[in-house]
Ligand binder design. Structure first.
Ligand code: TRP
Length: 322
């Protein structure tokens, strides 16, 4: 008997969204969530260790120093959901503090199955913890967690690593409002946000001297080549990082170093690139503290407390759903 599912040709979301991004008027674009296939997730773990990328270490310092304080703001019974857990290494610091007073249900929500697997491994030895990983988009996963919560139990949502900065301007507020609607009044959001700093420092964090971030960016083309039967020549695209003064964001691009035609058979697509034309692959917005305050209020939260790192401007802010 034939397996119908494997013989039906249904265009995947990936093919659809790649097509949409590469055929749009003006600036070509690829969604940054597609950076995180197995190789991309492994490269991202290396990015977090790079000397130029101070962000992860700043957040680790904040969490290791202040996890106890953060937990003091929370009521007795909380379940923890995390949007984009990555390896779970940073989260462990907070979960350990919570575990000192209760057993904890922890729900990492990830689109990367390899990240989810390494997160489960990282936390495997924590007896006080039950881990239920959800391979889902953020809000779909959070809806599921909210549906599973026990009577009277509060939710603490973790959104670390300044992923909130990876939304386009305006989209972060919209996302936070949608997130707020899934929560109950009195639930919590712990949000990690990278703050504005010297332009050279910000640029170097996304253009490291070992070239790991360049590889991470270019891997998106490798992924399209592999999964969508495309013929991108990696040598003809370069990793480029700029700071957009208007949006206060780092932008990552893949810039075509030749006039060229690329075929993406799996998306039924032929694309022309002019010399110097770019694909926009990621936005990393850098926040000010006032802006975070406004973002909280504008999306239905009350900021409860903020912790900062003394070496690398980064803010960990705890918000309460109002
Ligand atoms: N949330 C991370 C950030 O904005 C994601 C990130 C770090 C990233 N380095 C990157 C995304 C390089 C794309 C490319 O800092």
């Amino acid at each position: 008997m034939t397996d119908r599912a494997s013989t039906l040709v249904i265009p995947s979301d990936f093919a659809f969204l790649v097509r949409e991004g590469l055929t749009r008027e003006g600036q070509k674009e690829l969604l940054s969530k597609f950076l995180y296939d197995q190789l991309g997730s492994a490269l991202f773990d290396v990015i977090c260790l790079l000397p130029e990328y101070g962000l992860t270490r700043a957040e680790e310092r904040i969490l290791s120093r202040h996890a106890g304080d953060i937990v003091k703001h929370l009521p007795q019974s909380v379940a923890v959901a995390e949007l984009g857990s990555g390896t779970g290494k940073k989260t462990r610091l907070l979960l350990e503090a919570l575990c000192r007073r209760q057993t904890v249900s922890y729900y990492p929500i990830e689109i990367s199955s390899s990240a989810l697997a390494s997160c489960a491994r990282e936390l495997n030895d924590m007896r006080c913890l039950s881990v239920v990983g959800l391979e889902r988009e953020y809000l779909d996963g959070l809806l599921e967690v909210a549906a599973r919560r026990a009577e009277g139990q509060r939710l603490l949502v973790l959104f670390l690593g300044s992923t909130i900065g990876n939304f386009d301007r305006g989209a972060n507020g919209k996302f936070l409002k949608q997130l707020r609607r899934i929560l109950w009044e009195g639930d919590f959001l712990l949000l990690g946000a990278d703050l504005e700093k010297e332009v050279d420092t910000m640029l170097a964090a996304y253009d490291d001297s070992l070239g790991v971030t360049a590889a991470f960016n270019l891997n998106l083309l490798t992924r399209i080549n592999r999964e969508l039967d495309a013929d991108f020549r990696l040598g003809q695209f370069t990793h480029e990082v700029i700071f957009n003064q208007r949006t206060r964001s780092i932008e990552m691009h893949l810039r075509s170093s030749a006039e060229q035609v690329v075929r993406v058979a799996g998306a039924d697509l032929t694309i022309d690139f002019t010399l110097g034309e770019s694909i926009h692959t990621e936005t990393c917005h850098k926040f000010s503290l006032e802006e975070l305050q406004q973002l909280a209020q504008g999306s239905g939260f009350r900021p409860a407390s903020t912790w900062l790192d003394s070496q690398w401007p980064f803010a960990e802010t705890l918000w309460v759903a109002a």
